[in-house]
Structures are given as C-alpha cells and as structure tokens.
Design a binder for this molecule. Structure first.
Ligand code: ASP
Length: 280
C-alpha cells in the first residue's frame, strides 16, 4: 500500500515559517489518518477520504478556504478517477458545498459523470448536499487585495491499495481572482488521471497543466514502459519552453512514488507504511 498527497504550492517569499510548519503538520496528520483508512478501504475510497480531509482544512485552497473568483464568488472543482474501471467523475465550478469531492463520488453512479456550473450545484442539492459557505476571512482579505495566484493550494491524493488498485482525487478553489467561467485543470485529465499502471494528481497554473497534459502524459509514458521518474522528468522538461508552472504527485503499480515541481515548491506528504516523507 502506498499513499501520497499534495496541498498545492508554497511560496517561500510570501509565506511565513508558521504557515509552513502548519502545512507540514496538517499533511503529516492527514497522510497518517488516510493510510490507516487504506488498511481496510479501497484506493478509491481512500483517495476521496484524504481529499475530503484536505478540503476541510482551511490551510488549503479546496473546499473550506477556497479562493475567490473575480466577481467575489467561490466556485470549486474536483475530480475522482478509478484506475480499475477507468471511470472519471467530477464537478467544475460548483458553488456552496462543503466537499466537492463527495459530489464527484455520487456522479460515479451516473452516465453523465462530469458536471459544470449550475448543473453541478443543482445535482448536489438533489443529492442532499446542504448549502455551505466555504469562504474564510483570509481569502476575502486576499481577494480584496486582488492577490490572485498567491495561494495556489489545490489538494490531491494518489492511493495504491493492498489489491494493487490505483485511484486519484483532486480538488481546488482555482487560481483566485479568475474570470467567471474559467475552468481549472483539476477536473480534467490533465490534472487528475490514472489507469492500472500509474496515477497522477497535479497542482499549479491550470492553463499550463492543460497545455502540457501533465497527468495524462506521465501516466501514458509509464503505461508504455518508462520508469515513473523518467516519465516525470520528460513531462516536466516539456513545460520549460513556456515556463509552465506545475507540480505533480504519482504512484506506479509497483508502489514507486514520485513527486516533482517546476518551481519552488509543492507541498506534499507520502507514506509507504514505514516512512512518512513531508516537504520541507
Ligand atoms: N491548478 C489549479 C487551477 O489552476 C490551481 C492550483 O493548483 O492551486 O485552478
């Protein structure tokens, strides 16, 4: 069993030591709890569980604590993918639900599995998700100061369970201060992708991740036989010509875990049952 999670990007120049320590502690706690959950749940259930814990933590830009868009509203996106069935489900620009990833879970049961905007919010209400404000004062302050991409803090999880099944979940509040209608990479195959060979979840500037098809390319390269480390290296090298800003975490079917970022620094934690590794 293997588990790796990320909490988006962390900027040394704009984040204080206390916030860094808080994020390290939060990721360590969540990776430990989620690994214990993985002991008797599937990779798919665990990816959802880990991401819902990250959504509930105000330190991260997903669920509670999401960034605010240019019109003053919060719209969130989340996606889930099962490496066994190859099914992906997701919500794009959903409003006022506590855990967007849980709405993606419900969509797994439908033929129409990725919903956007009002349709996604309406579906959530029909499924019994209460109206919940995910706004926190810190994000409102940043919004008022027009601090768009300062807090790239999307969350994600890749899990490999005891049966060798892979699953990926990703959730985001977006870039912050974006145009209404803008679509994040998080609920696309560029930002969240897995099959039975490899799973990858991304964070960073969604437009760069979509241009690079980051998660899909890494997974395809591993599927075709490239070692995960090389698949990350080659895919990240392809971001260079346009200074693409991305971070990614991944696990292959043999349990090799990997993470990489194009700029300093993505925050992450991983656990293989023996050692917890946390960004520093
Ligand atoms: N990838 C997200 C987006 O562009 C932002 C992030 O990773 O924090 O919407």
């Amino acid at each position: 069993m293997r588990l790796i999670i990320h909490g988006g990007f962390f900027s040394e120049s704009t984040t204080d030591a206390q916030t860094k320590a808080d994020k390290q502690n939060a990721l360590k706690t969540i990776v430990t709890k989620a690994y214990a959950y993985l002991e008797n749940h599937s990779a798919l259930e665990t990816a959802v569980y880990a991401v819902s814990l990250l959504e509930d933590d105000v330190l991260f830009n997903a669920g509670t604590g999401s960034q605010i868009q240019s019109d003053g509203k919060i719209r969130m996106s989340a996606a889930l993918m099962d490496g066994v069935s190859h099914k992906m489900s997701g919500v794009i620009n959903i409003e006022e639900v506590k855990n967007p990833i849980e709405v993606a879970v419900q969509l797994m049961k439908y033929d129409d599995r990725i919903l956007g905007g009002e349709g996604a919010t309406q579906f959530a209400r029909q499924q019994g998700f209460d109206v919940f404000s995910t706004e926190v004062p810190q994000r409102r302050k940043e919004y008022e100061a027009k601090l768009g991409t300062k807090g790239l803090g999307t969350v994600g999880c890749v899990a490999l369970d005891a049966q060798g099944r892979l699953a990926v979940a990703t959730s985001t509040g977006g870039k912050g201060f974006e145009m209404v209608g803008r679509i994040s990479d998080s609920a696309t195959v560029a930002g969240n992708y897995t099959n039975e060979f490899c799973g990858v979840s991304c964070t960073g500037v969604g437009e760069d991740i979509v241009s690079n098809a980051t998660a899909t390319k890494i997974v395809t390269r591993v599927t075709d036989g490239m070692p995960i480390k090389e698949a990350f290296a080659k895919t990240f090298a392809e971001l260079k010509p346009y200074d693409g800003f991305a971070g990614a975490i991944g696990i292959d079917k043999d349990g090799n875990m990997f993470h990489k970022d194009s700029h300093p620094s993505m925050v992450f934690a991983s656990y293989d049952g023996e050692t917890i590794e946390v960004f520093n």
